[in-house]
Design a protein around this ligand. Structure first.
Ligand code: SF4
Length: 626
């Protein structure tokens, strides 16, 4: 079909060993667009309430969006989803690379997998031929070895592979689904869901290409973007990658020592993107159809922390999580730990923050050498950080506890360690500090997936008149300070959070999509689909997906009491440029209530109101969550 989607969803039942094809109508695609929208639809329609995230009933869903695989810059993303074993609620993670575009080339919009195979298997999709094949010989292998073996076995070096590493096989709650070896659908523990299904990998090869409705119009948008691109921040992003996020140290907002500080005087200059470019960078890498090339490939051949470039290189989140948050200012050690996470299939954010939690507890005497198996887990001990990654990946010794994530590890061990867990809904906090971005803190608290930066916003990007030009079509006419939590800031949150959820649903990289103005953004979707669409319709699609994810959480028993972030963010920083900054307790609660009302959620329960679900055209969800 020449409208940006294939019209086919692959259904797989691993218990039965069967596959089937579902062919939704156009309304399905127009309502859900892809990604989160499709994931929320299936979880709400088909997953029994209260299902065990690691049981056969859970659904593992790979969902592209209508932009994924189209000839558009940044069109290489898709989402993976399930009920999360980490949060117990809506689980979803977005990922770039080439796998999602390959799935569209094979003629599929999504894969919905249920059941559990008796023995390890992998899925082989070659256009419309689908096979469930034995994977016993791949079980236990690292991600690069698995991809190599599969390409050899299938006789095609261009096969794209989504897979779990040993961490997912061992059902770690912080395991990722890895794509193209080093692109992680990292958040919410989806690797464990894949492991529980005995599904090692999904290998894909397509011979087609995404068909779009108006190729000439899309080419015209492409020409506009080529001219516009050099004037955007994307040029700098490509040069040094996301790693220059480490420079948030200069604003006092670099997570350091398990978020005890916002500055890392001792080590920040050693782990910046500039430093990586000067030292260990081997080459830049990219995702499908993207000129930005913000991905890193690093290589280290000498010293205690070698890095194999096959595993790519660390992005900002990984550098700060395994680096400053653990007090480690050694770039090679951080890159090595990142490589080991990619090999084991671990989420680098959750892994780093869990180790940082253990380090703080160790330094406070709440964990002992007896607990850690002799590991001196002190901030700044790079060797201990690397060893902890190994133990988590293998789920051995102290790593058995840490592989549950810091929230569940603290619940298991007690002794006051719970106080130092940096999480929301059980998921570890990403590398953006709420004390320099107050609205972002609210975004962490209310997110359906727990602490998550992928559908959030950064207050500091909207503090000046020149920052808000693209928001005027949404009725936002005034910039706001970073520490504002007024109703005006909540209006900003209630606009930007659904809009970034839309990026994820479309399968469009938020860096690139965010550089499009409204007319060209809307024109891109129109040219792909042929729909006479509008900012209003697209915004509603993002809001619908986000609201349905909240509805799923309400159905699974999560409430407004789960919309919390750690006490630490309400205590002022003692030093650095952000000294004195702290979220206000009462103001934060008032902001949460205002945000709920703007989103059409009951502030008491946190659940979307019936009228809101009807207003979004998914009234059927209202009955299901009662
Ligand atoms: S900007 Fe970076 S993350 Fe986004 S699609 Fe391009 S290379 Fe991938």
């Amino acid at each position: 079909m020449a409208n940006g989607y294939a019209g086919k969803i692959l259904r797989v039942d691993l218990s039965q060993g069967s596959v089937a094809v579902e062919e939704p109508d156009e309304k399905f695609y127009r309502r859900y667009m892809g990604g989160w929208g499709i994931i929320a639809h299936y979880l709400l329609k088909e997953l029994p309430r209260g299902a065990d995230p690691l049981g056969p009933d859970n659904l593992l869903i790979f969902a592209t969006g209508i932009v994924t695989g189209a000839p558009v810059a940044g069109a290489g993303r898709h989402a993976v989803g399930a009920k999360s074993p980490l949060t117990g609620g809506f689980g979803a993670a977005e990922v770039g690379g080439f796998w999602g575009a390959e799935l569209t080339r094979a003629g599929w919009d999504a894969i919905v997998i249920r059941g559990q195979a008796k023995e390890p298997v992998y899925l082989w999709i070659r256009d419309d031929q689908v096979e469930i094949l034995p994977a016993g010989h791949l079980w236990g292998k690292y991600t690069a070895d698995t991809q190599r073996a599969l390409r050899q076995e299938l006789g095609d070096e261009r096969v794209r592979v989504a897979q779990i590493g040993p961490a997912g096989e061992r059902l770690s709650s912080i395991a990722a689904v890895m794509h193209d070896i080093c692109r992680a659908a990292g958040r919410t523990g989806l690797g464990a869901v894949m492991g529980s299904k005995n599904l090692k990998a999904v290998a894909v090869r397509g011979s087609g290409s995404k068909q779009v409705a108006d190729r000439e119009a899309l080419q015209a948008v492409g020409r506009w973007f080529s001219e516009h691109y050099p004037t955007t921040w994307l040029l700098g992003l490509g040069e040094h990658g996301t790693a220059n996020g480490v420079k948030q140290h200069e604003d006092g907002g670099l997570p350091t020592y398990n978020f005890q500080r916002g500055t890392f005087d001792e080590g920040w200059e050693a782990i910046t993107g500039d430093r990586m470019t000067e030292t260990i960078l081997k080459e830049r890498d990219t995702c499908f159809a993207c000129p930005v090339r913000c991905k890193r490939v690093v290589e280290v051949n000498e010293g205690p922390y070698p890095v194999d470039p096959t595993y790519g290189g660390p992005e900002y989140e990984s550098i700060a999580a395994l680096g400053s948050t653990c007090g480690v200012g050694d770039l090679s050690a951080v890159a090595h730990a990142n490589m080991r996470c990619n090999a084991y299939g671990l989420d680098t954010i959750s892994t780093g923050v869990t180790i940082a939690w253990a380090m703080e507890c160790f330094e406070r005497g709440l964990l002992t050498l007896e607990d850690t198996g002799g590991l001196e887990l002190r901030f700044g001990n790079a060797a201990a950080m690397v060893q902890a990654v190994e133990l988590i990946g293998r789920r051995e010794g102290f790593g058995e506890l840490l592989a549950r994530g810091c929230y569940r590890a603290a619940q298991a061990i007690g002794r006051g360690t719970e106080k130092y867990v940096m999480h929301a809904k059980g998921q570890e906090i990403p590398m953006h500090e709420p004390r320099i971005k107050y609205g972002l803190g609210l975004g962490y608290a209310v997110s359906p997936t727990g602490a998550d930066h992928m559908h959030n916003f950064h207050d500091v990007d909207y503090t000046k008149e020149e920052d808000i030009g693209s928001l005027k079509p949404f009725g936002i006419l005034d910039p706001l300070p970073f520490d504002d939590l007024s109703p005006a800031k909540m209006k900003l949150a209630a606009t930007l959070i659904p809009w970034s959820t839309l990026d994820n649903a479309l399968g469009w990289c938020m860096f690139v999509a965010g550089s499009f103005d409204q007319p060209h953004f809307v024109e891109t979707v129109r040219a792909i689909t042929g729909w006479k669409t509008s900012t209003y319709e697209l915004f509603k699609a993002g809001e619908r997906a986000y609201t349905m994810a909240r509805a799923f959480n309400a159905r699974e028993g999560l409430t407004a009491a789960d919309d919390r972030i750690p006490w630490r963010f309400f205590e002022p920083f003692k030093e650095g440029p952000s000294a004195g900054n702290a979220l206000p307790i009462e103001g934060f609660e008032q902001a949460r209530v205002t945000f709920c009302r703007m989103m059409g959620w009951d502030p008491q329960t946190g659940a979307p109101e019936d009228w809101k679900l009807h207003e979004l055209g998914v009234g059927w969800v209202a009955d299901g969550i009662k």
